[in-house]
Design a protein around this ligand. Structure first.
Ligand code: PLP
Length: 355
């Protein structure tokens, strides 16, 4: 097997995305999608973009979308780079900012795409262990001398966030390399580093419209960084594919960014449901880590996470389990609607009462 495969990919272990079942209706709490629909204004803009215009290539610079993003963050639009989902942007960042001869750092427990990108682009990396409560090893990330630092804030799959002063410390002590901050979940309760972009020439902040803006299916993400850094991202993009964001995504993404009230309301609902669900699970004996994201990370003293995963699946509920050291007795549970979380808690309770 693997005849004709390039050497680059022959030994690759790619990222495994969460399941998107088509055969049966599940309560889907496994991929951190938003349970609420996208902004009606975004849907309207997408519908308006369906037409003869699709004959033409989209704007490679995503001007309108970038203006909407820039306005939302109060930054000039040359500090915004837009792309086809933040996974693509992260991949561009790994190519744009890191070199094989300088080790990059990220936590041992974090978004599992980072080691995949690092391996794919031939980078050396060191996984810095989170502390016993899955706290960010800030001091270790402040030692300096590395070729780059990558942190998700809030972190995935733990949901734990660090404060801006800790991020500042990481930025200050890594002045000669890029610090990449993946803020996929920041709108659910963490402090964004977006406001630090004009201050630090080594900071790149990556956002997605997939989670807090309910647009995982549209594939829009963006990076914030000083013009020198966004220029590097354009250099990577234009060496691979200039038209990464299609016309519908640019139109819908811009409208979603402009509809601040809608997304703030849905993000607030998700946070309220998260706290309610966490309290209920603690009553059921679970350890629930404080989360600033749209998911919770949980563990039960008497039930193996893997058994709960299988039991929940039988009851029509999908959650995420990672077969990785330190976290293989935990489940990551996305926050759905109140009704979905009630059904999830009821299913869990039934599994706990079964001996
Ligand atoms: C979901 C997620 C992303 C990817 O988002 P897309 O924009 O949908 O590609 C990036 N980073 C983290 C930590 C995520 O959880």
């Amino acid at each position: 097997m693997k005849k004709f495969w390039s050497k680059r990919i022959r030994d690759m272990v790619p990222y495994v995305p969460g399941e998107q079942p088509k055969d049966r209706k599940f309560i889907k709490l496994n991929t951190n999608e938003n349970p609420y629909p996208p902004s009606p204004k975004a849907l309207e803009a997408i519908r308006a973009a369906v037409g003869d215009g699709l004959r033409l290539y989209p704007d490679p610079e995503c001007a309108e979308l970038r203006d909407a993003i820039a306005e939302y963050h109060g930054l000039p639009s040359d500090m915004v780079f837009a792309g086809n989902g933040s996974d693509e942007i992260l991949a561009f960042c790994f190519q744009a900012f890191f070199d094989p001869d300088r080790t990059i750092l990220f936590p041992d427990i974090t978004y599992s795409f980072y080691p995949v990108y690092a391996a794919y682009f031939g980078l050396t990396f060191r996984e810095v262990p989170l502390d016993g409560d899955f706290g960010m090893p800030v001091a270790e990330l402040c030692r300096g001398g590395s070729g780059g630092v990558v942190v998700a804030n809030p972190n995935a799959p733990t949901g734990r966030a660090i404060e801006l002063h800790a991020l500042r410390a990481i930025l200050e002590s890594n002045r000669d390399c890029v610090v990449l901050v993946d803020e996929a979940y920041v709108d659910f309760g963490a402090q964004s580093a977006a406001g630090l972009v004009p201050e630090y020439d080594n900071l790149v902040v990556v956002h997605t419209l997939s989670k807090s803006r309910s647009l995982a299916g549209l594939r829009v993400g963006y990076a914030l960084g000083q013009p020198n850094l966004t220029a590097a991202l354009r250099c990577v993009r234009d060496s691979i594919n200039s038209y990464t964001v299609d016309r519908l995504a640019q139109a819908g993404g811009a409208a979603a960014m402009r509809d601040r009230a809608y997304f703030e309301a849905t993000a607030a609902k998700v946070q309220a449901t998260r706290e309610r669900t966490a309290a209920r699970l603690r009553e059921l004996g679970f350890t629930v880590y404080p989360s600033a994201a749209n998911f919770i990370f949980i563990s039960h003293p008497d039930r193996a996470a893997r058994a709960l995963l299988a039991g929940l699946r039988e009851k029509g509920v999908l959650v995420r389990w990672f077969d990785r050291p330190r976290i293989d007795n935990y489940l990551r549970v996305s926050i759905g609607t109140d009704e979905e979380m009630d059904a999830f808690c009821a299913a869990v309770q039934e599994l706990l009462t079964k001996t």
